[in-house]
Ligand binder design. Structure first.
Ligand code: UD1
Length: 423
């Protein structure tokens, strides 16, 4: 099992190019199931979750090919010959986003069988809202032997008015993909406004879907008879950009992040500025971060987009261990997303947790230690802490970080970090 050996203490300086967004790429891959024609996706990050989704599509019978060399971020999917409609437990348990195939399979083939995701490190991740929405579209759904079995009515799914009682990103995406082939109009209310939802809508529209309002809380979809192939470039990964921005700030460095979308990072930029960082936008697709001196304590509350992303919470906690004063971090999206606290504490951070609030008392001199990754973003926070800790930090179970960050150690090294992958 790979580990990262990090020698902390070097300010990061230079420029980094941001990868395509994993969370936009995953639904885009699932959307290719909606047509028997070729879908070509560009700017797909080379991360483990993408390979997992690729394996799932191949299990269903789709042809999935990955580009090589200069095309290494291209994936081509042809789902003309789908032989199975089942997302098996083995794949779903490693990646919850596998449930994104539910909507497309049901819409195009009239049935789907998807393993129910269990608990995970960051708390319960039910898909009850996906299921309720599909029932509104007329699907019959039962749960048996750990699987959700969904069946469309004779004549296929029917457009409906769907209200999400809570904002769900993949739920909105799943329902959008089901509704594009349903008969008539579907209106999704209280839909997620995350940029990844908008990116999926862009792809679906290129495939011939009729969608309005993606990026707002009300999405209107007019069902069409069939979709065709398309070529689409995935948006930049706002969480990766945010993570690198924190890397600049925590190490006392300066980084230019290129090929990103500053507009998707407003909440993070706002908090970085409040903490004292210098942030400028030299072009519409780049952000420059200059570390604050001194770094100030700030309070952060996670929210749905356009609020502060829960996927940036752990990284900001690492940052705030280095701020003068007390910061309060409130997590409102997931019930148990503080797994990184005890690991950061092993490195000398002073953080106390009460319910969904973490109180970070800074500034703590972090010292290198052996730490364990529990989930993707928690792992990123440990790497960030390692970059500023005195001495050596050994980060174990980095397969979590490989799920969502492409070659993170090489890219951090290219701007001066000392991070080595060891087996
Ligand atoms: C997506 C992102 C993940 C991010 C999260 C919140 C992908 C692949 N993953 O996950 O990185 O952390 O959004 O921004 O895009 N919920 C229910 N019932 C449901 C669905 C969700 O109760 O049917 C709850 C969840 O438990 C959670 C909240 O709603 O508390 C938000 O979850 P959701 O937006 O669905 O997260 P994901 O789409 O799984």
């Amino acid at each position: 099992m790979d580990k990262f050996l990090i020698r902390g203490g070097t300010p990061l300086e230079g420029q980094l190019s941001i990868s395509g967004a994993k969370n936009a790429a995953l639904p885009a891959l699932a959307a290719a199931l909606l047509t028997d024609k070729r879908v070509v996706l560009e700017n797909i990050p080379a991360v483990r979750d993408i390979r997992t989704m690729g394996r799932l599509l191949a299990t269903l019978g789709a042809e999935v090919s990955y580009g090589k060399g200069a095309q290494s971020h291209r994936v081509v999917i042809e789902a003309g010959d789908i032989t199975s409609r089942e997302a098996p437990y083995d794949l779903v348990k490693t990646m919850r986003a596998s449930s994104l195939v539910l909507g497309p399979l049901l819409a195009r083939f009239g049935s789907a069988r998807v393993s129910v995701p269990g608990g995970c490190a960051i708390g319960a991740r039910p898909i009850d809202l996906h299921v309720k929405g599909l029932e509104k579209l007329g699907a019959g759904i039962r749960q048996e032997h750990g699987y959700i079995e969904a069946q469309a009515p004779d004549g296929g799914l029917k457009g409906a008015q769907i209200f999400f009682s809570r904002v769900t990103v993949t739920g909105t995406e799943d329902l959008m993909m089901a509704a594009v082939l349903a008969d008539g109009e579907t209106v999704l209310e209280n839909a997620a406004r995350e940029p990844e939802v908008g990116d999926l809508a862009d792809l679906l529209v290129k495939m011939g879907a009729k969608i309005e309002g993606a990026g707002t809380t009300t999405i209107r979809i007019q069902g069409v008879g069939r979709l065709h192939g398309a070529r689409h470039t995935i948006i930049p990964d706002r969480i990766e950009a945010g993570t690198f921005a924190v890397a600049a700030a925590i190490t006392g460095g300066r980084l230019l992040l290129e090929r990103c979308h500053p507009g998707h990072l407003m909440a993070v930029i706002d908090k970085l500025k409040e903490a004292g960082a210098g942030v400028s936008l030299p072009s519409p697709s780049s952000i420059e971060i200059e570390a604050p001196r001194p770094l100030k304590a700030v309070n952060v509350t996670t929210q749905e987009y356009p609020g502060f992303a829960t996927d940036m919470q752990a990284q900001f906690m690492a940052l705030l261990t280095q701020a003068e004063g007390t910061s309060i971090i409130t997590e409102t999206i997931f019930e148990n997303r503080f797994m990184h606290v005890l690991e950061l504490a092993r490195m000398g951070a002073q953080i106390s947790v009460e319910g969904n609030r973490a109180v970070v008392m800074g500034k703590s001199a972090l010292s290198g230690a052996s730490v364990l990754c529990s989930d993707l973003r928690a792992s990123a926070s440990l790497v960030l802490a390692g970059l500023v800790a005195q001495g050596e930090t050994l980060v174990d179970r980095v397969y979590h970080i490989d799920r969502g960050y492409e070659k993170i150690e090489q890219r951090l090294c290219s701007v001066g970090a000392q991070v080595e992958r060891v087996s």
